[in-house]
Design a protein around this ligand. Structure first.
Ligand code: F6R
Length: 616
């Protein structure tokens, strides 16, 4: 939530910061602003609305030349999306500008303290207090911005990334981080700060991820990182393994369309290099040894939204392969229900961003209870993998569209690899059995490619149904989480009422929702892989149809049994049951994307949402 950019060097800070904000707009887009340090003063502009609105305002002005600046794109928490609540916030003396991501939980008492000290606050945000506090602390530190930031950070509770500039020190910017992401980019005679490397990838791929409770001071010549008490800390530099073009639309109208099209590559990359010559699987980074994995007697998957649906899919496979019970829990619910987790529990946190606060808090809770933790994550060096005992990265590449697509498919693949790894070390499966599944997985990129060839038909169906009031999605077994995911995509993109149900559950209540013409999307399992499931769902389609619903059936090539019960058929290649989510989800992504487009919505940036949800 909220995107932050800072720049110091010799280039045009305004250009670099605004371009960076564009790349971070996915993190929040209800207001934006910039502050530049020039001629001993701050020059600041901010506007409610998307970055376009800010850029329009900037184009009507003559900003000063400056090579030090900060910028912010906001997802509102405290105070609505107005000009005055937009960031940066400026201290009462006009000398310090601050941008903030997160929530300062003790802001009310700090606000009161400032008001009592005669400071006039001009916004309703929690963030503004930080600007005033830093400015008021500076004189006691000999005008040392980094030291003032450290002292203020120690007084704040909650989650925050803060970045500040001081009009009197044009050669530096300072950042602080607690429970919220902040990455440093190291260029040649220039340095960057951002919530995500995407903001500076056009300039450098050399980065440092800040750790918890650290303050960084950047000048054109270098970077100094300390903890909140001023002790120098070791940093972990890394090189970003994708370039600027990966974060561009690459000829597609929408990031979502590009990311849907990238899925065959993303799935293939996530599998690449995991299996050695002897057929053994390898994780990226593991401090859990095989003996410990043999002691695991329960797996708990924690995740949110789409990642949670990936966990639900994985449950079927991991239980089937390992015979270990798997619970899948919404991260936001997990830690508040006193869950039973201990040393023999493997907690798998699935997160595209690696920064989702609900998942992070659930992960920390699990660690406190002694659980072994494993992260499945798409963002190198982000907090969730850093705080886990083992990591399996999904190599989906940057996912910019707010609605998750390629991350979902790769999360399923990664979770399957974990399941197979467990089955391998625990001896639940013979090597040839593991290899048979790996071969099936290896076939999936080309099968997803085949699905992509048929998207025009899916689009036509979406256009026909675009006026519907609601859409239901049903499935059985792994088709059930696919139905949930199809419904989530439609809600978030097309703003339509959509629900996913286990097909067998319909008759226990939801069937009352059916009415003449209501579109019902049905995910049909393979008849050859699971005949019983298949036949049951064909009966479900008949029940739905008998009540006047319009059926859109996702069925595999050659399954003629659905012809007589489907109003529309979406064909996917034949796959074994557990692989089907990797093909069946794709048309549902396209369906929602087209529905949203026809209904005139912003597909890449749906209302009220943000890509990285760093508040609980
Ligand atoms: C939906 C979507 C969200 C995320 C959820 C978790 O399309 O993108 O539901 O899946 O916010 O995000 P990560 O995976 O970053 O933890």
């Amino acid at each position: 939530m909220c995107g932050i950019v800072g720049y110091v060097g010799s280039g045009s800070a305004l250009e670099i910061v605004v371009a960076g904000l564009r790349r971070l707009e996915y993190r929040g887009y209800d207001s934006a602003g910039v502050a530049l340090v020039a001629d001993g003063d701050l020059w600041m502009r901010k506007r409610a609305g998307k970055i376009d609105v800010l850029e329009e305002a900037l184009s009507a002005e003559s900003p000063p030349d400056s090579s030090t600046g900060i910028g912010h794109t906001r997802w509102a928490t405290h105070g609505g999306p107005t000009d005055s609540n937009a960031h940066p916030h400026i201290s009462a003396d006009g000398k310090v500008a601050i941008i903030h991501n997160g929530i300062i939980e003790n802001f009310a008492e700090l606000r009161e303290e400032l008001t009592e000290a005669g400071v006039h606050l001009t916004s309703e945000t929690d963030s503004e207090v930080a600007a005033h506090l830093v400015a008021l602390t500076l004189p006691d530190t000999g005008d040392d911005l980094a030291e003032a930031m450290r002292q203020v950070s120690r007084r704040l509770s909650g989650a925050f990334t803060l970045v500040a500039v001081d009009a009197r020190r044009p050669d530096r910017i300072v950042g602080a981080r607690r429970n919220s992401p902040l990455v440093v980019g190291i260029g040649d005679g220039e340095a960057f700060l951002a919530s995500d490397v995407a903001a500076f990838i056009a300039h450098t791929r050399d980065a440092i991820e800040l750790g918890q409770d650290q303050v960084v001071e950047l000048t054109a010549g270098g970077v100094e990182v300390t903890d909140f008490y001023g002790e120098p800390v070791d940093t972990k530099p890394f090189t970003v393994d994708w370039d600027a073009s990966a974060a561009e639309k690459g000829g597609y109208d929408l990031f979502m369309l590009k990311e849907i099209a990238e899925q065959p590559r993303a799935v293939a990359d996530t599998m690449r290099g995991r299996i050695d010559r002897s057929g053994q699987l390898h994780l990226d980074d593991s401090r859990i040894n095989d003996n410990e994995l043999r002691e695991i007697d329960k797996v708990v998957v924690i995740a949110c939204g789409t990642a949670y649906h990936a966990g639900l899919v994985a449950k079927y496979a991991i239980e089937h392969w390992t015979r270990i019970p798997v619970e899948v829990e919404l991260a936001s619910e997990f830690r508040y229900r006193d869950p039973i987790v201990g040393r023999s529990t493997l907690v798998i946190a699935i997160s595209q961003s690696g920064e989702t606060m609900d998942t992070l808090m659930a992960l920390r809770y699990a660690r406190e209870q002694g659980a072994r933790t494993l992260a499945i994550c798409n963002t190198l060096g982000s907090t969730i993998p850093r705080e886990s005992d083992a990591v399996l990265y999904t190599y989906a590449g940057p996912e910019i569209a707010v609605a998750s697509t390629k991350a979902f498919l790769t999360q399923i693949v990664a979770a399957y690899l974990v399941g197979l790894y467990l089955a391998q070390v625990r001896g639940n499966m013979f090597g040839d059995e593991v290899r048979r599944i790996l071969d099936q997985l290896a076939d999936m990129p080309s099968k997803v490619d085949l699905v992509l060839d048929t998207v025009e038909d899916v689009r036509a169906i979406a256009r026909e149904l675009a006026e519907a009031r609601a859409v239901l999605f049903i499935g059985r077994h792994v088709g059930f989480p696919v139905a949930l995911e199809g419904a989530l995509k439609l809600k978030e993109l097309a703003y339509m009422h959509a629900e996913g149900f286990a097909a067998g559950e319909l008759k226990h209540g939801p069937i009352a929702l059916l009415e003449e013409g209501l579109p019902v999307v049905v995910v049909v399992p393979s008849p050859s892989s699971s005949a019983m499931l298949h036949d049951k769902i064909v009966s479900n389609i008949q029940e739905v149809r008998a009540r006047g619903a319009r059926t859109i059936v996702v069925a595999e090539e050659g399954d003629e049994s659905v012809n007589s019960v489907a109003d529309h058929i979406i064909r996917v290649p034949a796959t074994p049951t557990l692989m089907q989510p990797l093909v069946a989800t794709v048309p549902l992504q396209v369906f929602s994307c087209e529905m949203a487009t026809v209904r005139g919505h912003d597909v890449d940036q749906p209302r009220n949402l943000a890509k990285s949800v760093t508040v609980e």
